[in-house]
Design a protein around this ligand. Structure first.
Ligand SMILES: [Zn+2]
Ligand SMILES: [Zn+2]
Length: 457
């Protein structure tokens, strides 16, 4: 079905693969994605989309719209890379690129290229049928910065009937995996410096406060729901001189729970521990909520529609060399014999599995509270490839990953075309969404708070 429109993705494959490769060649970390944002928006503008840049005070965010009126569908694109992940592309061994720090360990170059392709195919459909509109949302800083949270808080998805998205993975399957709500909170302690040998009684240690806070949080684990998670990293230990009472120290916490209300409640308990640590050490603590994501809302009607679209599109077949490459990559990963027997899972679309508990979080969850949202996983990488690894950076430049990226674009576009033609599906998705979001969207970011954007390089 819809071959005529999906064919646009094949006829312009060089354009989409070129964008993906260019992003891979110029990896940029969260909120620094100027090259990516410029290239993608220029490509969209040259092809008849109306582009708006710099939404939610984020210079590298954008929307690109084609068509007008309802139904109005959204597609997400991410394009940030990871620091410290420099790696040679299409290589089967760990080797960084001299002079480069970032790398596309989450495959967001493919994510952007595939979503761009999907937008082009939906545009072809709208041109011919005159139906509705489509917006590609350029979403910066998925890796930690949570660009979509600001966009969700500012109502950018409010007018959208459904959002259809995807992400590089190791298999083809509609996402059923949940994502936990999270709060990212920075605790900064300030004490009094003194000579630790000569005048310890005058000192009040901020580092002691951080240590006591962490002890308290570790005791809290026994008295919280099993589904919750608490992680911390000490960002500032106060200095490197043991003979000094440290007057400043900082610790960053991620507090996760199955929904935003529980994440907020658990964060308030962690806040009390921080205040207790400050009281014990006679230091001062300031508590700063940096970011936080909602839990993911899944919509069965959209999952079924996306599953049907995925089953309908012929899958690309890897060449012998591509299979051999995937098998070589697998040799660098600890795997079960069963997984090693099958380097790629690209030849099939798996039926969605019932959701199992999962400890991760994503800012797509905030979009899912604003409008019915579905995500697909697509087999761009060899079976067993860990996310955020040198192996995933290497494979995100790979010939077969790009063919799967084009397939992902067709799956996203095919889902939207089905929804365009079957308004009852869109209405059913809205009813499911209304039922599941009765509690109301609770954004972790207060109104008016701005993302922490580094200066343009
Ligand atoms: Zn990632
Ligand atoms: Zn990602």
């Amino acid at each position: 079905m819809y071959e005529k429109y999906l064919g646009v993705i094949d006829s312009r494959a060089d354009l989409f693969c070129g964008v993906s490769d260019a992003l891979w060649d110029h990896p940029e970390a969260a909120y620094k994605e100027y090259f990516a944002s410029d290239l993608i928006t220029k490509t969209l503008e040259e092809n008849g989309f109306t582009v708006v840049r710099g939404l939610s005070d984020i210079p590298t965010s954008f929307t690109a719209t084609y068509g007008s009126g309802k139904p109005h569908f959204g597609i997400l694109a991410e394009y940030d890379a990871l620091e410290g992940m420099s790696q040679v592309g299409e290589s089967t061994k760990r080797e960084s690129i001299p002079g480069k720090d970032c790398g596309h360990g989450c495959g967001h170059n493919l994510f952007a290229g595939g979503s761009l392709a999907a937008a082009f195919a939906v545009k072809a459909y709208i041109e011919e049928t005159g139906r509705g509109s489509v917006t590609l949302f350029g979403c910066p800083a998925e890796e930690g910065g949570g660009g979509k949270i600001y966009m969700a808080r500012d109502g950018l998805f409010a007018d959208i009937d459904s959002v259809v998205s995807w992400h590089p993975e190791r298999m083809n399957m509609v996402r059923t995996r949940p994502a936990l709500a999270t709060r990212h909170v920075e605790y900064s302690f300030v004490g009094t410096a003194s000579h630790a040998g000569a005048n310890p009684q005058a000192g009040r240690s901020a580092l002691d406060a951080v240590e006591l806070m962490n002890v308290g949080a570790n005791f809290l684990r026994e008295h919280m729901d099993l589904s919750c998670r608490i992680h911390y990293a000490i960002l500032d230990a106060g200095g490197d001189a043991p003979n000094m009472v440290q007057s400043h120290a900082k610790v960053l916490y991620y507090v996760r729970a199955t929904d935003s209300v529980s994440a907020q409640a658990l964060t308030e308990r962690v806040n009390k521990i921080a205040q207790g640590a400050a009281l014990m050490t006679e230091t001062e603590v300031s508590i700063n909520v940096l970011s936080g994501y909602a839990n993911l809302i899944t919509i069965p009607t959209l999952q079924a529609t996306a599953n049907e679209a995925m089953h309908d599109i012929p899958l690309p077949v890897p060449t012998e060399e591509e299979l051999a490459f995937a098998a070589e990559i697998q040799k660098t990963i600890e795997l079960s014999e069963e997984d090693r027997a099958k380097p790629m899972l690209a030849d099939t679309v798996l039926d969605p599995v019932p959701p199992k508990p999962h400890g991760g979080s994503t800012d797509t969850a905030d979009v899912s509270w604003c409008t019915p949202t579905v995500q697909m996983h697509v087999a761009n990488w060899a079976v067993g490839t860990p996310g955020h690894s040198w192996q995933s950076v290497s494979q995100s430049k790979w010939s077969f990953a790009k063919r799967m990226m084009l397939w992902a674009g067709k799956a996203v576009a095919g889902t939207i075309m089905r929804l365009m033609e079957n308004p009852e599906l869109v209405e059913a998705a809205k009813r499911e969404h209304a039922e599941k979001t009765k509690a109301g969207y609770m954004c972790a970011i207060p109104a008016g708070a701005k993302p922490n954007i580094p200066p343009r390089p």
